[in-house]
Every structure is written in C-alpha cells, then in structure tokens.
Write a protein of this length. Structure first.
Length: 115
C-alpha cells in the first residue's frame, strides 16, 4: 500500500492550491480517503473525508466551505482543492486510508501560506 501526496507549495493568503494523493497497492475504489494536516509545532488534525464511492464527504469546521475533497477512482487518486487559503492553513498535509485494519499514510506535502 502506497500513498504519495503532491501539489504543496508556497502561496499568498487568499490563494488556492490543489493537492493530489496518488495511491497504489490496494483497491482504491473500495476504500475511503482522509486528508489530515500538521501545523508547525502542533499535532496532526483531521481536514476532510470522502467515502469509497465519492458520494459522501465530511470536513473539519475550520476549512468548511473553503476546501473540497474529491477522487477519481479510475486514476486511483484523491484530491484536496484548497481555496481562500489563510496563514493558519500552513502545515504538512497527509492523505490516509485504512486497509485490513491498518492505517496507511503518505509522506506528506508542505503547504505554506504567507500573509
């Protein structure tokens, strides 16, 4: 099982980024995906969830209305579209899935939002 995040970078406040999570080693279309982030000096926190079929999503209150999670099961890839970015969105972003009761994480992609 492998998850590889990409798409992070430096962006000004109010800007947008789209993160990607390319997966392999499991049946992507049968697994839910979550995005988490870890701000500098803080613990990892939940950001967004999407179910296997892409029909159910859930978001943390702090990003509700600004971020959109999606997936393309044909490409084994999940996305996180981030709009209206704020400096407090700065952190390392990780995608996550559970396969046979084991949690798997990518290596993370860094997002920095300047004010």
């Amino acid at each position: 099982v492998q998850l590889v995040e990409s798409g992070g970078g430096l962006v000004q406040s109010g800007g947008s980024l789209t993160l990607s999570c390319l997966t392999s080693g499991f049946t992507f279309s049968s697994h839910h995906i979550k995005w988490y982030r870890q701000p500098p000096g803080k613990g990892r926190e939940f950001v967004a969830y999407i179910n296997a079929g892409g029909t159910v999503t859930n978001y943390a209150d702090s990003i509700q209305g600004r971020f959109t999670i999606s997936r393309d099961n044909a490409k084994n890839t999940a996305y996180l579209r981030m709009n209206s970015l704020k400096p407090e969105d700065t952190g390392d972003y990780y995608c996550n899935t559970v396969h046979w009761s084991t949690q798997y994480w990518g290596q993370g992609t860094q997002v920095t939002v300047s004010s």
